[in-house]
Design a protein around this ligand. Structure first.
Ligand code: CUA
Length: 155
């Protein structure tokens, strides 16, 4: 089979770009350790309601300005739906899901992760300024997806 010279150049270019991007992805993931937010902690999705600390979702005070917030994301709500912390607090958000993949995004912060059945994901944020922050599910999870939200009150 005869392949035209220019066609061969394009094929070489295409395969070369594919290899270059895969190498960059590998370097970012393994050498730079850039990964999706995840505590790499596993949980049985069928037993979330009985597994501490997710049997009692909510806000737990860790120290003076540090809190742990345990969230269960489920069709179609967050538990807890609302938390209140003083301004200047650092909150560690632990999130899991007993059903399907949900999103966990807090507006005006860099907290942006997924709630994945079988996994506990973790993100941390310091709320310097008072205000109301919206927590939204930004992964399509079913017919009530658009109603899935919560809030973080910073006083
Ligand atoms: Cu949960 Cu979309």
């Amino acid at each position: 089979m005869h392949i035209h010279k220019y066609e061969r150049w394009w094929m070489t270019f295409g395969v070369g770009m594919l290899i270059a991007f895969l190498v960059l992805l590998g370097v970012a993931a393994f050498a730079d350790n850039i990964n999706p937010p995840s505590g790499m902690q596993q949980i049985d999705p069928a037993k979330v309601a009985e597994t501490p600390p997710f049997d009692k979702p909510g806000l737990h005070k860790d120290s003076d300005k540090t809190y742990d917030a345990y969230y269960v994301a489920q069709v179609f709500s967050f538990n807890p739906s609302s938390i209140t912390v003083p301004a200047g607090s650092t909150v560690r958000f632990y999130v899991t899901s007993p059903d399907v993949v949900h999103g966990f995004f807090i507006t005006h912060t860099d907290v942006n992760m997924m709630a994945v059945p079988g996994w506990v994901n973790l993100a941390e944020h310091k709320f310097a300024r008072p205000g109301t922050y919206l927590l939204i599910c930004h992964e399509y999870c079913g017919i009530g997806h658009q109603n899935m939200f919560g809030k973080i009150e910073v006083r």
